[in-house]
Design a protein around this ligand. Structure first.
Ligand code: ADP
Ligand code: ASP
Ligand code: MG
Length: 408
């Protein structure tokens, strides 16, 4: 072993997102902040995202060359933004007299499966970063990327640098992982959509997972899953202010739960409506098995019968429309497929809902009172989620935020 101290006592994993790394000056500020912590005795492993807008630029170029293409070449392309950030931040640290080492994911053996553009991390070799930290060298690691067993570069899905950071923290057995971003905390709703949103000081893994899966971009869902599984607390905080933000922790550490913790939205979503399908559950099994095989995450599903056959509707991320359409066409060549892509998802989340009947009724009443039509709906113990027209999204989110007493 390289360390006399246990790694968890000494290493802090810090992830800086796109806006935080958005310019040369901002990168220099990140370097200064990491150095300030180092001077206080903290040893850091830094994980970085591509500079703001860079991954979108790469995706757009790829779309021009081959629309809808997914595979090794696509991941090779979109992983490059992080390399620039790693190089610049590592140089910024060295320019300030601190030793640093730049790493791409494959140099640390960040091994993933081969699901391109949605790969999952399987293993991380922490030897090099532990050795660096031991010698006072600051490792800077490219987020978002990995390598499969065939040495292909893979990526973890948009927003995936959070997952790189929490996975590295878990591999180092760290107790926490710091996610530095452009908001000071996780709020009761996206402050860009609901200006009256408030900061949440503590949030359970379960709620944060639900929020992430329902569209809240602030953390990548896999990062929260890994945090929960390996007991790594996640501290979401501002890059631009020196204060605490939101702690994402096990549910047992939260003393009081409001009924609803947050209103979450996904502005871009799509619904596929299919009719007629042959009767029986066999065809449904076949369609959803194939969607799962191709890593299309299906969210809300409704199904009903008429004398002409089954009617099916389900919601999926917009980037999966083409793949889902293809699968349905293959399975039922005669069915009519209608794609609704001017719709959004709005949800309420809270573990406090478990013990409170009538939350769904209040959700429906609130939207009905504003004349907002609901296309699909789903509920669980801790969420109510509905697909509405995109033009109604902001009104729906703001009304729900007020009705469930979340307004600042
Ligand atoms: P980064 O580039 O640092 O990873 P992201 O853009 O991925 O940052 O995530 C931060 C953004 O998440 C914020 O700017 C905010 O608009 C959005 N967001 C969505 N829901 C929330 C929420 N409930 N609380 C805070 N931010 C949210
Ligand atoms: N740069 C990647 C993206 O834009 C990963 C990340 O920001 O977390 O999706
Ligand atoms: Mg992000």
């Amino acid at each position: 072993m390289f360390l006399l101290m246990k790694p968890e006592e000494s290493i802090s994993v810090k992830k800086f997102g796109g806006t935080s790394m958005g310019s040369v000056e901002r990168i220099q500020n990140v370097a200064k902040r990491v150095i300030r912590d180092q001077q206080k005795g903290m040893r850091s492993v830094v994980v970085v995202s591509a500079m703001a807008g860079e991954t979108n630029r790469l995706v757009a170029m790829g779309e021009q060359i081959f629309p809808g293409y997914r595979g090794a070449a696509y991941d090779m392309l979109i992983a490059t933004g992080e390399q620039v950030s790693v190089g610049l931040l590592s140089m910024a640290l060295e320019s300030l007299g601190v030793k640093s080492r730049p790493y791409l994911a494959h140099q640390l053996g960040i091994l993933t499966d081969s699901t391109f553009s949605k790969a999952r991390i399987q293993n991380i070799n922490t030897q090099k970063i532990l050795a660096d930290a031991e010698r006072g060298i600051i490792p800077v690691v490219a987020g978002f990327q990995g390598m499969d067993s065939d040495f292909n570069i893979t990526t973890l899905g948009r927003g995936g640098s959070d997952t790189s950071a929490v996975a590295i923290a878990a591999a180092l057995k760290a107790k926490e992982c710091e996610i530095y971003t452009d908001v000071p905390a996780v709020f009761t709703a996206d402050p860009r959509l609901v200006p009256k949103a408030k900061e949440i000081p503590k949030l359970s893994f379960e709620e944060m997972m639900e929020m992430a899966s329902l569209g809240s971009k602030v953390l990548h869902i896999r990062s929260v899953e890994i945090g929960a599984k390996h007991n790594v607390k996640i501290h979401v905080r501002s890059t631009f202010e020196e204060r605490e933000g939101t702690w994402v922790v096990p549910e047992g550490e939260i003393m009081e739960n409001p009924v609803v913790t947050s209103v979450t939205h996904e502005a871009l979503t799509a619904v596929l409506k299919v009719f007629p399908l042959p009767h029986g559950s066999q065809i449904l099994a076949e369609i959803f098995e194939e969607l799962a095989k191709q890593s299309v995450v299906v969210d809300i599903i409704t199904q009903s019968h008429s004398e002409h056959g089954q009617r099916l509707a389900f919601s999926i991320p917009v980037e999966d429309i083409a793949a889902a359409q293809k699968i349905v066409k293959q399975k039922i060549p005669n069915a009519e497929i209608e794609v609704m892509n001017d719709v959004s998802k709005v949800s309420i989340v809270g573990v406090g809902m478990r013990n409170h009947p009538g939350v769904a009724a209040r959700f429906f009443r609130t939207l009905a009172a504003k004349g907002i039509e609901i296309h699909l709906v789903t509920t669980s113990e801790i969420k109510v989620s509905a697909i509405v027209d995109k033009k109604h999204l902001q009104l729906a989110a703001q009304e729900l935020h007020s009705v469930f007493s979340l307004d600042a």
